[in-house]
Unconditional design. Structure first.
Length: 540
């Protein structure tokens, strides 16, 4: 399989002369020109790369060629945790060389998925020809992409938020590989989320909800329906509490959230001992909570920005991590809405998921046996509606979190300075960069070597940045494409004519263009219009 490793990779941070989107691009030789039956090819792929989790392969045709199989397998690996809806493009470069371009969140994960997809496709065709395949490298790549998928790719909640953000033209960035913190919007207009937890979340609230005992004490102090429970660090004391409460009971660690490591409806000593051992092993403090088991369905009451958003019924008497989901917002009693908002308010939570067990959500908590069993900082996003509400709490109608972005092509530093000063004159804090120097306001950044897309990204990630000015040469644009996905305005040197391909790239992905020079000088009025379009007000 040595020839299959002759894959050349390139990374584009924006639209470019090869593909119209930011992508990791793989160019590779095609060693087999025949086609295989799709079902047999995918069966071989599973045999050559066993293990969990397994990718979902999506190929509609009955037969598949090596390039098409390479693309399908690459997509399957990058979507290992669930569909990411990343753009993909497959092109033939010459008689025996092809190119796959795949959009990305994190470069390393996408590069590994492409490498594995191409090598696994070649291995499938090699095995189908009757030859022996050494799978050691495939196994190593599969192990790597499984690890990267868990640490760098968005989880199901984040994928829903990203999908809704993009449908509303809100750009999304990963704050850092492995952080699982995603930035929606740019610079001063951005908001950051870990799943559905925003940067506005209270540290005190997070501290409280991660301790189940403190959570329940506060709920009781508020005069709201808390749990009957006890805590124990030994099995003897825990069993005594269970007997006092009476079976069935619920057992969980005292310091874990998201309904993890919870065992419900325990009705005998043997099951209790096993559940206690599991919960104690997962508790950082060694303390375990034993609760009375309440009859009824679990409901998640979602609150964003202090306002009740939705009641989701989990049709199960087990932990709220399981079961079928049903929207019961139309049936919830007003007292239960007020209860949810009061809990979020008293825990200082910007977003809250309140797990509430009741036989009937339409009856007030005052009139029926019920209990709040958990408060979470990350409400379970069960569909686009909740994602819309989570983002809608941060972005006003019509806002997309974008700041003015100006690209200056093949002009001298004086033009960049003049544009930056025009924004500053309108009271905006300006991030300015070219391939040699980067400034946030008057502060120098990137004293060492850094490519232009990284310099641009560093400014877009900074909450101080209210306008972005980027200088690029013709050579940089021809080689690397646009240093970012989109610009509002491109200012071009009056003395240079753009090559046709570059002209078409600019025309497609930049909203407007103008020539640099005395007759068409970028001034304060241009800066004001761009700022107004982004709903920006001058910095205070």
């Amino acid at each position: 399989m040595e020839k299959t490793r002759q894959v050349r990779f390139k990374v584009f941070s924006g639209p470019n002369l090869e593909v119209p989107f930011a992508a990791v691009v793989a160019e590779f030789p095609v060693l087999y020109t025949n086609a295989l039956p799709t079902a047999g090819a995918l069966r071989l792929a599973d045999e050559l790369c066993p293990g969990e989790p397994r990718p979902t392969w999506r190929i509609d045709s009955q037969d598949v060629t090596l390039p098409a199989l390479s693309a399908a397998l690459s997509i399957g690996w990058i979507d290992l945790g669930g569909p990411n809806d990343l753009p993909v493009q497959l092109d033939r470069l010459d008689q025996d060389r092809w190119r796959i371009a795949l959009g990305y969140y994190e470069i390393d994960a996408t590069l590994t998925a492409l490498q594995l997809g191409i090598e696994l496709a070649n291995a499938v065709f090699t095995r189908a020809s009757g030859a022996i395949v050494n799978t050691a490298r495939l196994q190593a790549l599969a192990q790597r992409i499984r690890a990267l998928s868990a640490t760098e790719m968005p989880d199901s909640i984040t994928r829903t938020l990203i999908r809704v953000a993009r449908s509303n033209d809100i750009p999304v960035y990963s704050l850092a590989p492995g952080a699982q913190i995603w930035m929606y919007g740019q610079g001063a207009k951005a908001h950051r989320f870990l799943q559905s937890v925003s940067e506005s979340e209270s540290f005190l609230g997070v501290r409280l909800v991660n301790d189940k005992v403190l959570t329940d004490r506060i709920i009781h102090h508020l005069g709201l329906p808390g749990l009957e429970f006890g805590t124990a660090e030994t099995s003897d004391k825990a069993r005594s509490i269970a007997h006092r409460l009476g079976y069935p009971v619920v057992v969980k660690p005292s310091d874990r959230d998201m309904a993890r490591d919870v065992t419900s409806a325990i009705d005998n000593d043997a099951a209790f001992e096993a559940a206690f051992a599991r919960a104690k092993a997962q508790s950082k403090t060694g303390r375990v909570v034993i609760e009375r088991h309440y009859q009824g369905d679990h409901h998640q009451l979602s609150v964003f920005g202090g306002k009740f958003t939705r009641a989701t019924q989990i049709k199960s008497a087990r932990a709220a991590a399981d079961g079928k989901l049903r929207d019961v917002s139309a049936h919830i009693h007003p007292d239960n809405v007020a209860m949810a908002e009061a809990i979020a308010r008293n825990f200082w939570l910007d977003g809250a998921g309140i797990d509430f067990v009741t036989p009937d959500i339409s009856i007030s908590w005052r009139d029926i046996p019920c209990a709040v069993v958990e408060v979470k900082t990350s409400p379970r996003i069960t569909g686009d509606f909740l994602a819309e509400r989570a983002l809608g709490d941060k972005f006003k109608p019509g806002e997309n979190g974008r700041i003015p972005c100006v690209l200056i092509i093949a002009a001298d530093d004086a033009v960049e300075t003049a544009v930056a000063e025009s924004f500053s004159a309108n009271g905006l804090r300006v991030g300015r960069t070219n391939c040699k120097a980067t400034y946030m306001g008057s502060e120098r950044r990137h004293l060492g070597a850094a490519d232009l897309p990284l310099r641009v990204l560093s400014l877009l990630l900074d909450p101080a940045c209210e306008a972005l000015v980027v200088g690029a040469t013709l050579a940089e644009l021809e080689r690397h494409g646009l240093p970012h996905v989109r610009f509002d305005l491109a200012i071009m040197s009056a003395s240079d004519e753009l090559p046709q391909a570059l002209h078409e790239l600019i025309a497609t992905h930049v909203k407007a263009t103008m020539k640099a020079g005395p007759e068409s000088r970028f001034g304060a009025e241009h800066a004001m219009r761009l700022a107004a379009a982004a709903n920006l007000t001058p910095a205070q």
